[in-house]
Design a protein around this ligand. Structure first.
Ligand code: ZN
Length: 686
């Protein structure tokens, strides 16, 4: 029975192009799901758009000396094209700078305002005196109150995923001037999440314990268990949607308030174009709403947006939010600023017409349950060993032999042998198997089942050897080729969600368009014949081609070049400091020592608490080396230590001295120590 679905994919942020991490985490799974639902005859609105507000865009515009609109226009066009290029079958790709979105978001805000769903509050917010500006979101960086990560943003910590208010940061610094901010009073509107706590507990913690992914459920539960607090939904900024109420002058809606409403406005835009009623897709209890996102957006889609929808009152809530974990590249975190990424436009230049290879490699290795690693070697292996050697090889043999033996005309089978019956029965089981994986958002598993169907075909041909029986048993050969052609035809249908370009090409080779009716997903399990005898197919064309080592080497060299460029950028030698006298120098008391004990400072990422034998005494030194060394690495280490530095407290532990360190090429910390082991602790360095 067909249903109505609203499928949303996270709005990409328009301050750069998109890379494989975005594709693997959000857009390919959302596309597989949407294509699959359409194949089953469902009514699907697959919705996305550019997220064009927020602080990073204004920072980038300032840096490049252009307007924020220039930035978003540029990247909106690039991102839109990437989605089209990779077959992301969106029904609408809108943008949050569109008028329809400004109107929709304003109305939404007003609706909540008029219902008294906001708390209006004058509070002290971080302010940069020099830049003359309030600091929110990415305008401010400081230590995360939850995990101690020292570069957390004002609205969210990228390390632990916690979302917080800017004033919660420890040691905040302005991202504009680097100054420590002051506090200044300003009025804002807050969404009292605490008020929705009971509803969220009932709806998610009770209602979705079984069907939401454990990573999503776990994150949500931990936030709710920590207790929810009011969140400001407005900002003192000039780029965004103006706050449409009295006192809102000079303020805009918080980007995370307006962005998810973008799903609604993009649906409105699409519905108007298609002559549909948008409310069917957002306000009808029978519509199933699913948000595809990355794990960094869980709080916004599972707590804040549902609270907004609930407060408004007339909207449906998401039935599932299948967030993915992160994809790494060759063992390192994807990074736009470090150019550690595979950008989609660049991929297509290097691998023209091979979108499906990337789609497949990313799906087969999708970060569904944990962070996963994309490596070029794996990409090559997925292509050469699976797409070429299994899928492509099977199809090629079927099409070539059909042309060779029967001039491309599907032969009439005679009576089936047991192996034929078994193979056709196995074929009919595949739609249900793949469906079951897709419907549980296990796209990786689903893609492997599709490949298993190609394996079934390959094995069938290898066992039945029509190239041998053609000389001895004409009837048997016809039957085998007929069965193999049914499998090929099924692959053309079932591959569509995963490999849309290949599916189209294969359908064209098999001349599906000349069939009386196009096969649906269900036909594969219910119909005995997908490709009837006497149907004429076309000539063979290669679906996939082997990727050579040299092509992979080229990609690895590109990454190596990025790595080198990052290091070079880091390694500029600092100019010599101001001259000092010998007396100045002799004030420094530097000694040889040994680290005796080491442990991590709780709740910090960088700090180790060390017990050091300085020859004079054993003392405590707190050192910021924990990202380079574990405690076990440094115990017993010979060091040089500045012993007469006045003690200072770090996180409540008094540090009595400083260990001398430098950095290697890769930016890793290195101890500066005597080059002979026998040097005694306590000896002075002069
Ligand atoms: Zn954190």
């Amino acid at each position: 029975m067909s249903k109505r679905y609203t499928i949303t994919a996270a709005l990409p942020y328009t301050n750069g192009p998109i890379h494989i991490g975005h594709l693997a985490g959000v857009y390919v799974p959302a596309d597989i799901y949407s294509r699959y639902l359409r194949l089953l005859g469902n009514d699907v609105a697959f919705i996305c758009g550019s997220d064009e507000h927020g602080v990073p865009i204004t920072i980038k515009a300032k840096k490049e000396g252009v307007t924020p609109q220039d930035i978003v226009d540029k990247y909106h066009a690039i991102i839109k094209k990437s989605f089209e290029d990779f077959g992301i079958s969106l029904d609408n790709y809108s943008r949050t700078s569109a008028k329809i979105h400004h109107d929709t978001a304003s109305e939404f805000f007003l609706e909540l305002y008029n219902k008294n769903e906001f708390v209006e509050e004058v509070s002290e917010q971080l302010y940069d005196e020099e830049a003359n500006q309030f600091l929110a979101d990415r305008f401010v960086v400081g230590t995360c109150p939850k995990c101690g990560y020292e570069e957390a943003y004002g609205d969210q910590c990228e390390n632990c995923g916690t979302s917080h208010n800017a004033t919660d940061l420890i040691n905040p610094k302005s991202a504009i001037t680097g100054n420590a901010p002051t506090l200044k009073e300003t009025k804002h509107w807050f969404l009292p999440l605490n008020k929705h706590e009971a509803f969220l507990k009932e709806w998610i913690l009770k209602g979705h314990k079984k069907d939401w992914k454990p990573n999503v459920y776990g994150q949500v539960k931990s936030w709710i268990d920590d207790g929810l607090r009011p969140r400001a939904v407005t900002r003192d900024l000039d780029w965004g949607i103006p706050v449409p109420v009295e006192g809102g002058e000079g303020k805009v809606l918080y980007v995370w308030f307006d962005a998810p409403i973008g799903y609604i406005s993009a649906t409105k835009e699409w519905a108007a174009r298609e002559g549909k009623n948008w409310e069917d897709y957002w306000k009808d209890e029978n519509t199933k709403l699913v948000h595809f996102i990355g794990k960094d957006n869980i709080v916004f889609h599972c707590i804040i947006f549902p609270s907004m929808l609930k407060a408004e009152g007339s909207y449906i809530l998401p039935e599932n939010v299948p967030a993915n974990e992160f994809l790494n590249l060759e063992g390192q975190k994807l990074s736009t600023s470090k150019n550690w990424a595979v950008w989609l436009p660049e991929y297509l230049e290097d691998f023209p017409n091979q979108q499906d290879v990337l789609r497949y490699a990313l799906t087969a290795n999708a970060p569904e349950t944990k962070d996963n690693d994309f490596t070029w070697k794996d990409f090559q292996a997925r292509n050469n060993n699976e797409l070429v050697a299994i899928f492509g090889n099977f199809i090629n043999r079927v099409v070539v032999l059909t042309n060779k033996y029967y001039d491309g005309i599907v032969p009439n089978p005679s009576e089936y042998a047991a192996i034929d019956e078994e193979t056709l029965a196995a074929l009919k089981a595949y739609p249900a198997v793949i469906s079951s994986s897709i419907e549980r958002y296990r796209f990786r598993e689903a893609s492997q089942e599709l490949m298993n169907l190609a394996r079934l075909g390959n094995k069938y041909l290898a066992d039945e050897e029509p190239w041998k029986t053609i000389k001895t048993d004409e009837a048997r050969t016809k039957t085998v080729m007929f069965v193999a052609l049914q499998i090929a035809s099924a692959l053309a249908v079932l591959a569509e969600p995963f490999l849309p370009f290949t599916s189209t090409k294969l359908k064209s080779i098999l001349c599906h368009s000349n069939l009386e009716a196009q096969s649906t997903w269900e036909d594969v399990s219910t119909k005995d014949i997908l490709l009837p005898a006497e149907h004429k197919i076309g000539k063979a064309e290669l679906l996939f081609s082997k990727i050579e080592d040299s092509e992979i080497q080229k990609q690895l060299e590109k990454l190596e070049a990025s790595k080198k460029a990052n290091e070079a950028a880091k390694k500029t030698v600092e100019p010599q400091k101001e001259e000092i006298t010998f007396d100045d120098f002799s004030k420094l008391d530097i000694r040889v020592g040994t680290i005796l004990e080491a442990e991590k400072m709780p709740k910090t990422k960088k700090l180790l608490v060390l017990k050091v034998d300085t020859g004079i005494d054993t003392r405590t030194i707190v050192s910021g080396i924990a990202e380079s060394f574990s405690p076990e690495d440094v115990i017993g280490k010979r060091i040089t230590v500045l012993v007469n530095l006045s003690p200072r407290a770090l996180r409540g532990v008094e540090s009595q001295g400083m260990i001398l360190m430098t950095e290697d090429e890769g930016g890793n910390l290195v101890f500066v120590n005597p080059d002979k082991d026998e040097v005694q602790n306590g000896l002075r360095i002069s």
